[in-house]
Design a protein around this ligand. Structure first.
Ligand code: SAM
Ligand code: SF4
Ligand code: SF4
Length: 383
């Protein structure tokens, strides 16, 4: 077995500036909802990280050895304010974004998050439609906050939960946090109307794979959609190894052996999860039993229709979860750029996008970044 090597982290990785032609009269891009990147992919989904801090230390994301009390978290002045986030988000929506997901770090740690949710919930697409506004959380503060989040205009939540066994869960979050509190959070979210609720479980072979079936039995028929995520080589600190990835095909096989499944059509283009429904006695999908999903970012790349952009806590625009550099939008905003400038900048950045890391990983093997370039951490740009 190879020894785990954890590189030193410096979050101050280089930024990319915005192409100058974004501001030249002849090459300005005005939003028309039809923006496409270099591979013809539209811009539909914006993930906004509202904090780089978290109260958990999941070893696949923020290992304790690195994210300790000396870790250089961003000072408050570096964070985009709610007004700044909403202003940028508005330009993304003008370019075709229909879905916004708040993430982090742990988004519910950001003070007064409800105010941001209210502002984002007021945005409308060019067709006058409200956005699909959702949030990914570790669930630890959900029981306390679910009602207020719903009242502010949040539509749904995704809760991360890596097992039902209390000892396994405490080990996974590495903060001795009890599973009962997250389950209570899920119930509170349901009661508040933040559904349909999705529960994400990252599966690490040899760590929590024995939790797959108990999780399925627990959530089957409850309206909660459980999704299994392959452990990914995001960031540079989690000591990722391919032999700790349990392929989604294996997850489906194990579940199907006990509870028969039938494959379902994707719910929308760019959908990351492959959907499987629980079969009834007739072998057909029984909607009352619900469905599960698998997200196979390692064994089955889905870059070809990836329509997701990511805005970091300090206002850098990342074009891929595995990016090594982000485009600095904060200095534009704080430097007096107009809304039209911002929109044109986003347009040029997206048009220049050719990222397809997972496909390259399948072709060339892991870590295709150039020497000396370090991938951004998941806790910094969000999932
Ligand atoms: N703290 C919140 C949470 O855990 O839901 C939101 C941020 S977290 C970075 C977003 C998602 O990324 C979570 O569902 C988490 O399980 C997932 N994640 C983090 N590191 C991962 C990894 N190495 N592989 C796969 N998923 C990962
Ligand atoms: Fe925190 Fe979420 Fe990362 Fe776990 S996955 S350490 S809860 S940000
Ligand atoms: Fe999208 Fe990058 Fe993931 Fe491919 S690797 S699906 S481009 S985020």
């Amino acid at each position: 077995m190879s020894e785990r090597v954890i590189p030193l982290v410096d979050q101050r990785i280089p930024t990319l500036s915005v192409p100058a032609k974004a501001f030249e009269a002849a090459s300005r891009i005005s939003p028309n909802g039809l923006l496409a990147d270099g591979l013809g992919r539209p811009l539909r989904d914006l993930r906004i990280s509202v904090t780089d801090r978290c109260n958990f230390r999941c070893s696949y994301c923020m290992p304790k050895e690195i994210f300790d009390k000396d870790y250089p978290y961003l000072p408050h002045s570096h964070l985009l304010s709610f007004e700044e986030i909403t202003r940028v988000a508005q330009q993304f929506v003008a370019h075709g974004v229909q879905k916004i997901r708040l993430t982090g770090g742990e988004p519910l740690l950001r003070k007064n998050l409800e105010i941001l949710i209210e502002q984002l919930a007021a945005l409308r697409t060019p067709e006058g439609q409200p956005l699909d506004l959702t949030l990914t959380t570790n669930g630890s503060l959900l029981a306390r906050k679910a009602k207020a989040l719903k009242a502010a205009g949040l539509q749904r939540v995704t809760v991360s939960l890596d097992g039902l066994d209390d000892a396994v869960f405490r080990q996974m979050n590495d903060m001795d946090f009890p599973v009962a509190d997250v389950l209570e959070g899920i119930e509170a979210a349901k009661a508040a109307g933040l559904g349909p609720i999705k529960v994400n479980m990252v599966v690490k072979r040899g760590t929590n794979e024995q939790e797959i079936l108990p999780m399925v039995r627990h959530f089957r028929g409850t309206g909660v959609v459980l999704r299994f995520i392959e452990y990914m080589d995001v960031g540079a600190t989690n000591g990722w190894r391919m032999d700790e990835v349990l392929p989604s095909a294996e997850v489906i096989k194990r579940i199907h052996a006990e509870l028969p499944l039938v494959q379902l059509d994707p719910s929308s283009p760019g959908e990351t999860a492959e959907r499987w429904g629980f079969a009834g006695a007739d072998g057909q999908h029984d909607p009352s039993l619900g469905e599960i999903g698998v997200i196979s970012s390692v064994t089955q790349a889905f870059c070809s229709d990836c329509n997701r952009a990511r805005l970091s806590t300090e206002g850098r625009l990342y074009l891929c979860l595995f990016a090594t550099q982000g485009h600095d939008l904060r200095s534009l905003i704080r430097g007096g750029a107009s809304d039209a400038d911002l929109a044109s900048a986003i347009g040029h950045i997206w048009q220049g996008r050719s990222d397809r890391y997972s496909e390259l990983r399948s072709e060339l093997g892991p870590d295709t970044s150039a020497p000396g370039q370090r991938r951004v951490e998941m806790s910094y740009i969000g999932g």
